[in-house]
Design a protein around this ligand. Structure first.
Ligand code: PMT
Length: 219
């Protein structure tokens, strides 16, 4: 129906940070709070979708009528996404996935010793690119967190990761992006672009979902 365009559709959204273990008590992570991804989940639900959040560690509670799979690392997140991806109509990668993990996490707590120490890192799998490379893939939407040349870098990610759409945010601006209640987005697809000015993440999420729905039906 008109007010529930996603009725009968499934939407999977990654949200929050990942944690990459250094040893049993330490990790590498980032400042993602999960607010943007969880807001998108609610917006998709309101449009009638059956929604799953694949969530890194965040302080948010799961919104009602939404399924949530908790994960820690990027590798865990990829595994959780892949178990159910073939049933999804839309995939939105909103998580701030760590690009690198510790090459060899220590099973024991690392002792303090020398004045300097180095950690060897290795590339994590790219979850979004893995999804977009599937032969039967959902409508695939990425995010781009940039600090300069926002639109150019985002267009590059759209092409390189073969996405249907990308939502770029300038994370160098105060009170936007990571861990804030508001955000602004440049939404970009092949042949179009739509700027969403700074506003509350929940309202912004509804506007982004509307753009996604409109673009899906044009495909
Ligand atoms: O969680 P909040 O506090 O509300 O903050 C929201 C946000 C700033 C985290 C969000 O709006 C956002 O920008 N999310 C993407 C952050 C990010 O990691 O961007 P990126 O430009 O590094 O990655 C590009 C895309 O590839 C993203 O869709 C990301 O989910 C995906 N990716 C990246 C690396 C990787 N190994 N796997 C991925 O899937």
């Amino acid at each position: 129906s008109a007010d529930k365009p996603l009725l009968g559709k499934r939407v999977m959204i990654t949200a929050g940070p990942t944690r990459e273990a250094i040893d049993p008590v330490r990790y590498i992570s980032n400042h993602s709070s999960g607010k943007m991804g969880y807001a998108l989940a609610v917006a998709a639900r309101v449009l009638g979708a059956q929604v799953t959040i694949v969530s890194g560690p965040v302080a948010l509670t799961c919104p009602s009528q939404i399924a949530k799979i908790d994960v820690e690392s990027a590798e865990d997140m990829l595994k959780a996404v892949m178990t159910d991806i073939d049933k999804q109509d839309i995939f939105i990668g909103c998580a701030a996935v760590a690009d690198y993990r510790i090459e060899q996490a220590s099973s024991d707590k690392i002792k303090k010793s020398a004045e300097k120490m180095q950690l060897a890192l290795t590339r994590n799998p790219d979850i979004l690119a893995t999804v977009s490379a599937l032969p039967q893939r959902p409508f695939t939407v990425g995010f781009a967190a940039e600090t300069s040349n926002v639109v150019d870098y985002a267009r590059d990610k759209l092409k390189r990761k073969k996405l249907d759409m990308i939502a770029a945010n300038d994370v160098s601006i105060a009170d936007q992006g990571f861990n804030s209640d508001s955000n602004a987005l440049q939404v970009i697809w092949d042949g179009g672009q739509h700027a969403l000015p700074a506003m509350n993440k929940q309202i912004l999420a509804h506007q982004l979902m509307s753009i996604i729905v409109e673009n899906m039906s044009n495909k």
